[in-house]
Write a protein that binds this ligand. Sequence first.
Ligand code: AMP
Length: 210
Amino acid sequence: MKNLILLGPPGAGKGTIAKRLAAELGYLHLSTGDILREEVARGSELGKKAKAYMDAGELVPDELILAMVKERVAGKDGILFDGFPRTLAQARGLEEIAPVQLVLLLELDRDTVVRRLSARRVCPQCGALYNLITSPPKEDERCDSCGEKLIQREDDRPEVIARRFQVYMRDSVPLVDYYQGKGILVRLDAARPPGEVYAAALHAIGDDRP
Ligand code: AMP
């Protein structure tokens, strides 16, 4: 199976698409943000180092991220990288770790990013993602599958959202040219409804089915 990267600003729908691709096609979903949040929750050494960066909407240092990814990827394929790489240094580091055959760029404008992230809620129990406007839970702010009270991510507060978008523009947008130059970038319009973005992602992936 191919290794894929989902690139795009926060709130573009990377996590939503990744979860569905993993469930339906059997990719291994590797979200560096999810791993870091787990490390923070466990109070591990890595979590302690990462927390301040995450709360401020800044990037965790490349060396920490690359070591964390390397450890989880060794010997595997069919990996769906979500939220990684985020810098050119990470992209170059990834080349030493695993080959990448396709990069899906989820394009979304700043205003829509801010609107989506402000309305985003997550289930602290199972990680399901909701949007109070476009994909609300059936019952008032409770998870459809496990009934837990939904929460807002610490870094989905307005001040932090603005900073995360700036950091994306500065550090991650250069990856667009980088992967385009390698001829493996496919652009998707992430402003469309989730089902349509998913269908476009499937089309781009082609018949890379297990
Ligand atoms: P995410 O869930 O992908 O939005 O990530 C949440 C936060 O975790 C980011 O704002 C960063 O602080 C940190 N983070 C996640 N992935 C990376 C990465 N590849 N490089 C650096 N920091 C990361």
